[in-house]
Design a protein around this ligand. Structure first.
Ligand SMILES: NC(=O)C1=CN([C@@H]2O[C@H](COP(=O)(O)OP(=O)(O)OC[C@H]3O[C@@H](n4cnc5c(N)ncnc54)[C@H](O)[C@@H]3O)[C@@H](O)[C@H]2O)C=CC1
Ligand SMILES: O=C(O)C(=O)COP(=O)(O)O
Length: 524
């Protein structure tokens, strides 16, 4: 007999596979109501309200799986779940249409002042001139983040006769062509759009993406929409741009803190809001509930699940053998992803030496997870990395070579983008660690760890001094530094590891130095 706790409001009809199963007891109660018996549940089903913290996981000693009836898992401590051996699954596409439709409802309501007019008429007013709106027809809609929801929003915008502009640095040409969009740069999107809507995950890169600097690049009178995650539009900056009249209005379904309480943005008449309703339709709730219920049932019956977002349970024996390469591969993927900030079509991996005899599928998945992590909304890991890569049109393949060029083992990775190709090679040295021995055509030797700074430049006297001075002037301490070059006087590189992450302004300063060609900061 398995016991399942359903602690948020989840569609009863969708839960049918679990409610009808003989060997399963479903308890629909809040966590606080079952505090005394938390250690008796095998599975936990949630939406976004229940916070699945490490503390809660520690109390649920018998827990095997957490099912998120929705997309975002920011309310679940996935790392802690992994640590406790708890599988986390979600329902990645069950609420796509509903959220796209809600976004469109918000866009229409925003430009026609529907919520404000509604309140006015209900207050027994009849003030037609106060609510003159604008047509959507012929207007420019900027979509930032072109995944599942962003692409559904685009379809609806086209039906309204809008001109759609898309920014998504990870969108491949092939997928863009298939959907019929021409991606542009963020600056182009900001300068041309009458309405901007965001559909990215909330990541280090997207937090504050629409902040003071980028909002200043938008058209005066722009409308902003956020039905993704609070924080992608910087709330304080939005308030300032609304105050100045630069932003004509905003529609928000999500907030940095939910509920937002007495939030300053709520005081603006031209800000319309909903309480995180994107996925709140009968259809979406039925879809996501059915998806997680079926997956949880499969899992409890010992069958493999398809929508897991954390580690699979590897046998201890296999895990011990592959662990070092698994970690090295993930770091290599992370480095390559940050080097290649552009759409990627193909990833080729070659295993040589001792690693070629191991279970490389898991190592490849680890590499893909490291590569995809900065690019996708849901948590990506070894279980779902291959599926996500395929979904995004990225071809990947493994090769095995008997020539390990003097290393006991090595992993080579070549990433083919639309503009460039990038190659990196790493090796794991027992009792010493992971080393990158080839980077972008240069022989080098550095540990893929911490705050890295890559500089490509002309091989000339004084380059190291100029870099050292700029970093020193900004109180950035260099921990280690490796150099490499192709030929004397030709192209050369430096790979520095720093004691703290680098500000973008310092990266810009370094890029301005004569004979420095490429500057990239890489966080591992
Ligand atoms: N309001 C609500 O109730 C709901 C909100 N959501 C949220 O909507 C968002 C999008 O969800 P999906 O479309 O399902 O995810 P998805 O993973 O299919 O799409 C996200 C897209 O963002 C792009 N992206 C990543 N980093 C980017 C960057 N720095 N700049 C521009 N684009 C970037 C990715 O390439 C990807 O195409 C998520 O934050 C999700 O949590 C999802 C469902 C309901
Ligand atoms: O699926 C998502 O990411 C959502 O934001 C939906 O959240 P909810 O399940 O409605 O609390």
């Amino acid at each position: 007999m398995f016991r399942i706790l359903v602690s948020d409001s989840i569609s009863e009809e969708g839960l049918a596979p679990l409610l009808n199963a003989e060997h399963i007891e479903v308890v629909q109660k809040k966590v606080a109501e079952v505090e005394e018996s938390l250690d008796q549940f095998d599975a936990l089903l949630v939406r976004s309200a229940t916070k699945v913290t490490e503390e809660l996981l520690a109390k649920m000693k018998n827990l095997k799986i957490v099912g998120r009836a929705g997309v975002g898992v920011d309310n679940i401590d996935v790392d802690a779940a992994t640590k406790y051996g708890v599988v986390v699954i979600n329902a990645p596409n069950g609420n796509t249409i509903s959220t796209a439709e809600h976004t469109f409802a918000m866009i229409a309501a925003l430009v026609r002042h529907i919520p404000q007019a509604h309140v006015s008429v209900k207050s027994r007013e009849w003030n037609r001139s106060a609510f003159v709106g604008s047509e959507l027809y012929g207007k420019h809609l900027g979509i930032i983040g072109f995944g599942r929801i962003g692409s559904e929003v685009a379809k609806r915008a086209r039906a309204f006769g809008m001109k759609v502009h898309v920014y998504d640095p990870f969108l491949t040409k092939a997928r863009a062509e298939k959907i019929g969009v021409e991606p542009c740069t963020l600056d182009e999107l900001l300068s041309v759009s009458d309405i901007i809507t965001v559909h990215t995950p909330l990541t280090k890169e997207t937090k504050g993406l629409l902040g003071p600097k980028n909002l200043a690049k938008t058209k005066k009178g722009v409308y902003l929409v956020n039905c993704a995650r609070g924080g992608i539009i910087d709330e304080q900056a939005l308030a300032e741009f609304l105050k100045s009249g630069h932003v004509a209005g905003a529609a928000l379904d999500v907030f940095e803190q939910e509920p937002p309480g007495d939030h300053p943005l709520l005081a603006f008449d031209n800000v319309i809001v909903t309480p995180h309703l994107g996925a709140s339709t009968i259809e979406a709730q039925l879809n996501v509930a059915t998806q997680v219920a079926e997956e949880v049932l499969k899992f409890l019956e010992g069958k493999p699940v398809t929508s897991s977002i954390n580690l699979p349970t590897l046998s201890k024996e296999v895990y011990e053998k592959i662990q070092s390469f698994y970690n090295l591969a993930k770091k290599m993927g992370t480095v390559a992803s940050q080097y290649m900030v552009e759409p990627v079509q193909e990833i080729a991996i070659t295993y040589s030496g001792t690693v070629a005899d191991l279970e490389t599928t898991f190592i490849t998945r680890s590499l893909l997870a490291g590569f995809l992590k900065p690019r996708v909304a849901s948590t990506v890991n070894e279980v779902n990395a291959a599926m996500i890569a395929k979904e995004r049109g990225i071809i990947f393949g493994e090769k095995f070579s008997t020539n390990s060029e003097g290393y006991a083992n090595s992993i080579s990775l070549t990433v083919y983008g639309e503009k460039q190709t990038f190659t990196i090679k790493g090796t794991h040295i027992p009792n010493y660690g992971d080393r990158i021995v080839h980077f972008n055509g240069f022989a080098i030797d550095f540990a893929p760890e911490g705050h890295l700074l890559y500089i490509q430049h002309q091989d000339k006297p004084g380059m190291i001094g100029q870099v050292g001075k700029i970093l020193g002037d900004h109180q950035v301490n260099i921990a280690t530094m490796q150099v490499g070059r192709q030929a004397a006087g030709g192209k050369a590189i430096m790979m520095l590891s720093l004691d703290k992450p680098l500000d973008d302004s310092i990266v810009e300063k370094l890029s301005e130095v004569a004979d420095i060609e490429v500057v990239k900061k890489i966080e591992v």
